[in-house]
Design a protein around this ligand. Structure first.
Ligand code: UD1
Length: 417
């Protein structure tokens, strides 16, 4: 079993180029089944979740090849409409194939998706919306058998929560539907805009992404395009947290500054200096960061739930007490027990975590339980004195490309064994 060994305590200094966004990549790959011809997707990170999505595409009969960080996908010969349970369970975003395959073939059979265990992760909003668009969904023995006997039709979809996955599924189902779909209280995450930019470049008519109300006029068919995936704002935040916890200076390349609006004020409150120049971000960390009064995770443009764990690891060594309120997922504090093994002082009650900053963490063997929790352990391990050994690396590999290489290049003593 691979593990990460970190000898903490080094100040970190240097440049990291931020990888493409996993959460954009996956729905865009699912969307390629709607297109005719060859799609060329650039800035594709080499991640376990991307490999799992490619396995689904190949299972469905699509041709996929990788050339460096470019993926070339041709779905013209797709000849299946089912996805086996083993592939569905690999990650949460396998559920975006629900809308995509249904729109392409009028039928899809699949099971409930896997992904990080962050408490219950229902898909009721996805199913309700697709039913409203004309899908008949039969749920039996854990299998979702979906058909659209009369095709999918545009509908007014009002989401009770701005779910990222449900918004993506409705967009995917609506681009080839008859008539117009309007999604109110849609998710506004940049990854939704990236998906719609990709689809619009293929001939879709999607308006209003990023605004909360999305209008989609169905078209008869989609062609193909060449698209570059947006940078990963959560990976960017993770590297910023690592440097803020360890001390030093970081230049992040390939970011979109506005995508970090929800996290920059937190770093500034902790005493870090941040400046932007084009698509570069520079972070200058004080001798010791201060605590941050209150961090509440919110849908975009608020503070992202995916950044909660790495930022908590950073504030574990801050001067003073910080309070987190996790509003998106019920059970997203699995990293806390492991941070405590490293010497952090954190108390959790329900959705609230109180982090009393300590001067020093001390290295220990720890176990990653989920993707962003794993990133938090890396951040803490880098700041801790002595050796931290992180097992459960498969979680990190789902979302971070070459994390040990990126961190070693800014001065961390870290290796995969
Ligand atoms: C996506 C991201 C994930 C991120 C999350 C919130 C991907 C692959 N994953 O996950 O990294 O943490 O957005 O920003 O893009 N909900 C329901 N019913 C539903 C759907 C969602 O109750 O049908 C609830 C969920 O349980 C959760 C909240 O809504 O409490 C947010 O979920 P959602 O926005 O759908 O997250 P995901 O798309 O699963």
């Amino acid at each position: 079993m691979a593990r990460l060994l970190i000898n903490g305590g080094n100040r970190l200094n240097g440049v990291i180029k931020v990888q493409g966004a996993k959460n954009s990549m996956l729905p865009i790959l699912a969307a390629t089944v709607l297109c005719k011809g060859e799609n060329v997707i650039h800035n594709c990170p080499d991640l376990a979740d991307v490999s799992s999505t490619i396995r689904i595409l190949r299972y469905l009969g699509c041709c996929v090849r990788r050339e460096g960080d470019t993926l070339i996908i041709n779905a013209d010969k797709m000849d299946r409409d089912d996805i086996p349970d083993t592939l569905m369970r690999e990650m949460r975003s396998s559920i975006t194939f629900l809308g995509a395959v249904l729109a392409r073939t009028g039928r899809v059979r699949l099971t409930f998706p896997g992904g990080c265990e962050l408490g219950p992760r229902p898909i009721d909003l996805h199913l309700k919306a697709l039913r409203k668009m004309g899908a008949q969904i039969d749920e039996r023995h854990g299998v979702l058998d979906c058909t659209a006997p009369d095709g999918l039709s545009g509908a007014k979809i009002s989401l009770s929560f701005p779910s990222v996955g449900a918004t993506e599924n409705v967009i995917l189902a609506a681009v080839l539907a008859h008539g117009t779909t309007v999604i109110t209280n849609a998710a506004r995450e940049p990854e939704i805009c990236d998906l719609s930019d990709f689809l619009n470049a293929c001939g879709a008519k999607i308006y209003g992404c990023g605004d909360g109300v999305i209008v989609i006029d169905g078209v008869d068919e989609l062609s193909c395009t060449s698209h570059s995936v947006i940078p990963d704002r959560i990976v960017a935040t993770t590297y910023m947290s690592a440097v803020a916890a360890s001390g030093g200076k970081l230049l992040l390349k390939n970011i979109i500054p506005s995508h970090l609006n929800g996290i920059v004020p937190i770093f500034e409150e902790s005493g870090c200096e941040i400046s932007f120049l084009g698509s570069d971000l520079s972070l200058n960390v004080p001798k010791r960061i201060h605590s941050v009064k209150l961090i509440r995770t919110m849908p975009y443009p608020g503070f992202p739930t995916d950044a909660q764990a790495p930022v908590m690891a950073m504030l574990a060594v801050a001067d003073g007490t910080s309070v987190f309120v996790e509003n998106i997922f019920e059970s997203r504090y699995k990293h806390v027990g492991e941070l405590i093994r490293l010497g952090a002082s954190i108390k959790v009650e329900g959705r609230v975590a109180v982090v009393e900053g300590v001067r020093h963490l001390s290295g220990a063997p720890v176990m990653a339980m989920d993707l962003r929790g794993a990133a938090a352990l890396v951040v803490a391990g880098l700041a801790a004195e002595g050796t931290t050994e992180i097992s459960g690396l498969r979680h990190i590999e789902r979302g971070y490309e070459d994390i040990e290489i990126c961190l070693a290049q800014i001065g961390a003593c870290i290796k995969k064994v």
